[in-house]
Design a protein around this ligand. Structure first.
Ligand SMILES: *[C@@H]1O[C@H](CO)[C@@H](O)[C@H](O)[C@H]1NC(C)=O
Ligand SMILES: *[C@@H]1O[C@H](CO)[C@@H](O)[C@H](O)[C@H]1NC(C)=O
Ligand SMILES: *[C@@H]1O[C@H](CO)[C@@H](O)[C@H](O)[C@H]1NC(C)=O
Ligand SMILES: *[C@@H]1O[C@H](CO)[C@@H](O)[C@H](O)[C@H]1NC(C)=O
Length: 345
């Protein structure tokens, strides 16, 4: 089972290798407080490693260690590297967090960045990832409706509909094509100038791997490349895919961008969340105090925030609104973390 995942998905391999050097990749000396930041990161790395050892190879336990460590790395950013939180590297780190932690849930601090944020990534990777995540949820809902339809028909013993299996398969195929298209198209739509791979085109494979058979039970032979005719005739928005603007067909994508990722828009001069940030994941709430700021910059931060946001997006305290339980059995996170645990022990 594991080897199947390991070898059948380049995206899984990608997620794996990035997890093995799971740090934020931020250059420490670029941080508001370099010494605090390196100390904080080192603590997290040490704790992560002992957490994994305590798991004795248990996959779910290893997933928990990974989730917690990623949260702690985010805390390090809020504490002493808040000036880099809109950068490409932090936005990539949050992408990785969602890829390895099944219980990760929005809102995540500083993610995605507000429009026109200072020192932001040239491609809004956060927004691409967010579109992938919402497409996945909408696809699950869309598939759920198909399944509900089947059980309604069965409980009513409505043979006239059950014989209509072709419709059901078509509908399921619509759901699958719309979800994949919404996610993949986001890389071109949100970051038209960026190389699609860097913009996150592979995220769909990471978050909704087509080689997880249980996700596509009604569609054993579904393939993204077969979606041209489906998308020709389907209004994805009417099927509940409301968060994406573009649904390109496999054979009908715009030209690829060629840019790499780089940061634009000046510098962050005061902690974007104010001096104290509160945020939550599942049942844990963190309160983080920023260090290394210039008191004058903080004093003028309301003005700063106004210029930094340009929209009404909240710089304010971010707190998750629900403690929804984690789905830990199976899933990419478990697979990745399970393998990682084996590699590291
Ligand atoms: C960190 O850098 C390594 C090496 O380039 C890369 O493989 C990994 O994906 C990066 N991690 C993140 C979170 O960006
Ligand atoms: C069976 O489905 C058909 C078509 O949707 C519908 O017209 C009919 O009322 C249903 N019969 C029952 C018993 O639910
Ligand atoms: C554009 O990018 C996609 C995704 O990386 C790739 O599959 C495709 O081959 C590229 N197209 C061209 C013309 O280079
Ligand atoms: C899916 O089912 C839910 C609950 O019955 C319904 O509210 C929603 O409109 C349905 N969505 C679509 C796209 O049919």
């Amino acid at each position: 089972m594991l080897s199947k995942f390991l070898f059948s998905s380049a995206a899984t391999l990608m997620a794996l290798s990035s997890l093995a050097n799971a740090q934020t990749n931020i250059t420490e000396k670029d941080c508001a407080s370099t010494s605090e930041y390196s100390k904080c990161n080192k603590d997290v790395a040490d704790k992560w490693s002992s957490c994994l050892q305590g798991c004795n190879g248990d996959g779910n336990c290893a997933v928990d260690c990974g989730c917690n460590s990623h949260q702690q790395y985010i805390n390090c950013m809020a504490e002493s590297c808040w000036n880099q939180v809109y950068s490409c590297k932090y936005q990539l780190f949050v992408q990785q967090y969602f890829a390895v932690c099944p219980s990760a849930e929005e809102p995540i601090p500083f993610w995605p960045p507000p429009n026109n944020a200072p020192n932001r990534c040239s491609c809004d990777i956060g927004k691409v990832t967010q579109t992938t995540l919402s497409s996945r949820n909408q696809q699950i809902q869309c598939m759920q409706n198909v399944t509900d339809q089947i059980s309604t028909d069965v409980s009513n013993i409505n043979l006239s509909n059950l014989n209509n299996g072709l419709d059901i398969a078509n509908r399921a195929s619509d759901c699958a094509c719309c979800g994949a298209s919404a996610s993949i198209s986001a890389a071109w739509d949100i970051c038209p100038n960026t190389e699609p791979t860097l913009a996150g085109v592979d995220m769909w494979g990471v978050f909704f791997p087509s080689n997880l058979p249980n996700l596509y039970t009604s569609l054993p032979n579904w393939a993204w490349s077969s979606c041209d005719s489906t998308l020709q005739d389907t209004k994805c928005q009417d099927l509940g895919f409301t968060d994406a603007d573009k649904f390109y067909k496999p054979g009908d994508f715009p030209d690829n961008g060629t840019s790499t990722l780089y940061n634009v828009g000046g510098t962050v001069t005061a902690p974007p969340s104010g001096t104290v940030l509160t945020w939550s994941q599942t049942s844990t709430t963190y309160t983080i105090t920023a260090t290394g700021y210039d008191i004058k910059a903080v004093a003028s931060q309301s003005e700063y925030r106004a210029t930094a946001t340009g929209t009404d997006q909240a710089f304010a305290t971010q707190t998750a609104d629900s403690g929804a339980g984690a789905v830990r059995n199976g899933g990419l996170g478990a697979v990745v973390a399970g393998i990682l645990a084996v590699l590291m022990l």
